[in-house]
Ligand binder design. Structure first.
Ligand code: GTP
Ligand code: MG
Length: 348
């Protein structure tokens, strides 16, 4: 692969040389300002697009590392671009208050990509209230309002993220309206979880059944129920949700909800957002809000997946520790560090 670094006094001068020498196929890998013998320069490293395409066509041992490195470099490049335009934000259709909000979100771990999108939205309509702008970028839809018309729901997520607890919390919530609920356990190899789910269902007067298939014909056996809530098995090593749902012969009537905790690192959350992507994915449920103190990642994943945030939990119990997501409780969490029960998070 051909990689070349260009150096010049101004960014536009460097870009003009890149355009002339490499042409439209140039892909920027990195940009930085450097000081050499007391002089400041812009340095931009580029690769030729054709070379990258060639590399993609010939997968090799280094392909993964290359993609990983490329993504990191791309993120670094975006950060540099943001650092360059940041001092000018005030002048460009953006009030000091709006700039303060962007600075705050940056400190909360909101990704540069998302900050740039919010900035672009503010610049396009500077008089729109900031929360309205944020709500256009991040979807929030209360589980109880948006998903109750749908009968069959499945819960998935990395091990220990709280999927079984979420399913039970929602079952208890739905039961308040006298709905007939079936807890369908598809996680039948998890002995401890199986007992917990079975006993809890019996104690709470919820119907319980176990299955290793989720086909339409299996689900049709449970026509008399108003809701079927499914506890999905964990993903086997090297599997993604699409292959796992295929193995379960899962019906297309199932709405899937991804359960995640913001305490996972950005890297892990990005990985999960790919591993768990599925055409039937309907919403994001955020758990263990009480176990972290920065929430920018909640916004990053909601924006990246374009999925609505539907439900929140903030304590280990099944009662009084979860609520449907609303504009009010999500933005209070992010801007005031306030849990949905009104408790303030101890800031870190
Ligand atoms: N602090 C806190 N703990 C929680 C929350 N939600 C769930 N938990 C706890 O997290 C642990 C794991 O929850 P589960 O619901 O069993 O998680 P899971 O994803 O079903 O786990 P596996 O089935 O083992 O993969 C339990 O001890 C729960 O009580 C929460 O919002 N806050
Ligand atoms: Mg479980």
């Amino acid at each position: 692969m051909q990689i070349k670094t260009f150096r010049g006094k101004t960014l536009s001068e460097v870009m003009a040389r890149i355009k002339k020498e490499i042409g439209p196929d140039a892909v920027i890998l990195n940009s930085d300002d450097v000081t050499d013998k007391g002089e400041k320069y812009f340095e931009v490293t580029v690769a030729r697009e054709n070379d990258i395409e060639q590399q993609k066509r010939e997968p090799n041992y280094y392909a993964y590392n290359f993609e990983q490195e490329f993504r990191l470099e791309w993120e670094k490049f975006q950060k540099n671009i943001y650092a360059l335009i940041k001092p000018h934000l005030n002048k460009n259709n953006i009030t000091p208050r709006q700039k303060q909000v962007l600075d705050y979100l940056e400190k909360q771990g909101v990704s540069t990509e998302l900050i740039l999108e919010i900035y672009a939205r503010i610049s396009q309509s500077p008089d729109t209230p900031i929360l309205k702008i944020l709500s256009q970028a991040i979807k929030i839809q209360s589980w109880m309002e948006k998903f109750t018309p749908q009968k069959i729901h499945a819960f998935t997520g990395p091990s220990g993220s709280g999927q079984t607890s979420t399913l039970l919390r929602l079952a208890l919530e739905l039961k308040k309206s006298s709905a007939k609920i079936l807890i369908l356990n598809a996680n039948i190899n998890h002995a401890g979880g199986k007992l917990y789910l079975k006993h809890f269902s019996e104690l709470s007067g919820l119907a319980y059944h176990e299955t290793d298939r989720l086909s339409r014909s299996i689900l049709n056996h449970f026509k008399e129920f108003d809701y079927i809530l499914i506890d999905l098995p964990p993903l086997a090593q090297g599997k993604n949700l699409i292959t796992s749902m295929d193995e379960l012969q899962a019906s297309s009537e199932i709405a899937i909800h991804l359960v995640l905790a913001p305490a996972y690192s950005s890297e892990q959350l990005n990985f999960f957002s790919v591993q768990y992507s599925h055409p039937q994915m309907a919403s994001l449920i955020w758990t263990k809000l009480d176990e972290t103190c920065v929430f920018g990642r909640i916004m990053n994943i909601a924006w990246k997946t374009r999925l609505p945030i539907s439900y929140l939990s903030y304590g280990p119990g099944l009662k009084k520790s979860s609520v449907p997501a609303t504009q009010d409780n999500v933005w209070r969490l992010i801007f005031k560090k306030e849990l949905p029960n009104g408790c303030k998070i101890i800031t870190c």
